[in-house]
Design a protein around this ligand. Sequence first.
Ligand code: AMP
Ligand code: MG
Length: 403
Amino acid sequence: MLSLEQAREAILAKITPASETTAIALDQALGHYVGTTLTARVDNPAFDNSAMDGYAINCKDLEGTQDNALPLIGEAACGGAPAQLSPNSTMRIFTGAPLPRGADSVIMQENIEVSANGKIIFPKEPKTGNNIRRRGEDFKKGDDLYNSGHQITSNDLALLATAGIAQPVVWTPPRILVIATGDELIAPGDTLQAGQIYESNRLTTIAQLAELGLDRVDSDTLRDDPDILRARLATAQDYDFIITSGGVSVGDHDLVKQIFSEMGEIDFWKARIKPGKPIAFGRMGERSHFFALPGNPVSSLVTFKLFVEPALVHWHHGTFREPQLQARALGQYQRRAGRKEFLRAALSIDNGTLCALPLPGQGSHRVRPLSQTNGFIVVNETSAGFDEGDTITAIPLSTRFSG
Ligand code: AMP
Ligand code: MG
């Protein structure tokens, strides 16, 4: 049986990364993955400008005065060409306004006085270069700002816009098909008949994809009927990823595995992890990668995090990094060593220390703990558990630790 790390490596080795790029409007770029090296189109700052509201001077001009006072000759405002500072004078200037030609320092308005005859007095000895933002000190035209595989965040939009990159080239997002299988599944809201349950994996997987910025998603809930599944997959060759849930273990009705092996090339394995019984991974047709995840809701969402998410990041030429953090255990957990286990946990912060409470009810069919789950506790293969107060490893699922 493979370890988690070996299983991930096996999957990543079989992913064919994206090859199509598209230029996208900046206001649509959030969450997309950069598809080429993005370089600055302009210098930033684009021109020498003032970092303060104040007065522009040439320091040498003060040396010739007795009272450190200079006449005010005008104003340098934002949005215009640089003004001209005449010798032995000062100009009012505002934050972001071009530094007037001839000026070499800006004095904060808090540090001046005004004389009876309207001259500006500079009581403190000014220094050349004060409060000036120099052209190109942040970045220069042509500087590389992003590499392929970086996922664009709100921070990045500030940099991309400032750098004049109005249409960043991104990897064309994957088309994804999500299929839930099971004769027992009906839509939430319908009336349950004997033996039926409400479907949740399809919705959850679509939401997990949305959290990764992926929304070119189609989905279906299908019965455990080989012909229906075969027919659906026969028209699925344009999808980059096909993610199914259920029907992947060894029961008589576990036909997903059977159909995938019939229609594609399948790797079927058990990894030494819990939850997450066997999952199947493989390729179908020219471009489709498929993941057949287990049906239990908790197994489905955990195996998505453990396997599908790294695969999607890799497909986008990115580097997957799992945020494994040290935390203090707020409860104990004992078990027989063997598999790497991911416990649903409530993470909180106590005085700057990350804390993790293992939630009661860890069976993979039990969804109630999900209302408090905002992270996982990782129990390593050789560990027999932990005591309250121990330092353990946690993976946050969100950065919101309250509630
Ligand atoms: P399976 O992997 O198909 O054997 O399913 C394992 C368990 O998960 C069974 O109890 C199923 O009823 C349940 N299950 C399968 N698919 C879903 C789904 N989409 N939503 C909720 N429960 C499911
Ligand atoms: Mg099933």
